[in-house]
Design a binder for this molecule. Structure first.
Ligand SMILES: [Zn+2]
Length: 157
């Protein structure tokens, strides 16, 4: 058993060559579930909270927030000095607050002790009057990501 220093593995600063496999090998965690199970729940969220769901991956809002938190962690853990402190202040604390406070938690219908798991329905929106908003043309994501090897979303909102 060894103590893990999550901020280690800092690269030598030679810069990124844009190679996806090289970038992946520099990640501290191989997947979002690994980040959540091995770090978020074991290190960041050790205290008793009013809301959490073992099926967090079934709550889209939680997945969105946790994925953004992981992305920010992977970027900021490489920043010398204040990177981890900035991540805690600007990303971890607001994410924990949003996921666990009674007013905002996406897990409000869940209770792990009773085995309850409820995913709320998405809110609806009526279509706006025609011509009220500009409609942008969005390039074909499949074609562009296949050409560049970049899976990042290219939509504009
Ligand atoms: Zn749930």
């Amino acid at each position: 058993m060894s103590e893990t220093d999550w901020t280690q593995e800092i690269t030598d600063g030679t810069g990124s060559d844009g190679n996806a496999s090289a970038a992946a090998s520099e990640l501290a965690f191989s997947s979002l579930p690994a980040f959540v199970e091995d770090f978020f729940l074991k290190v960041c969220l050790r205290h008793e909270v009013s809301a959490w769901c073992p099926k967090w991956w079934d709550h889209e809002e939680a997945v969105l927030r946790l994925e953004a938190l992981w992305d920010a962690f992977e970027a900021l853990r490489r920043e010398p000095g204040t990177g981890t402190a900035v991540w805690i202040r600007d990303y971890l604390d607001p994410t924990v607050a949003a996921l666990t406070s009674p007013e905002t938690t996406p897990f409000r219908g869940c209770d792990a002790r009773r085995g309850a798991h409820h995913v709320g329905r998405a809110l609806t929106a009526d279509a706006p009057p025609p011509g009220m908003f500009v409609v942008h043309t969005i390039e074909d994501e499949d074609a562009s990501s296949a050409e560049t090897g970049d899976g990042a979303a290219k939509t504009q909102r």
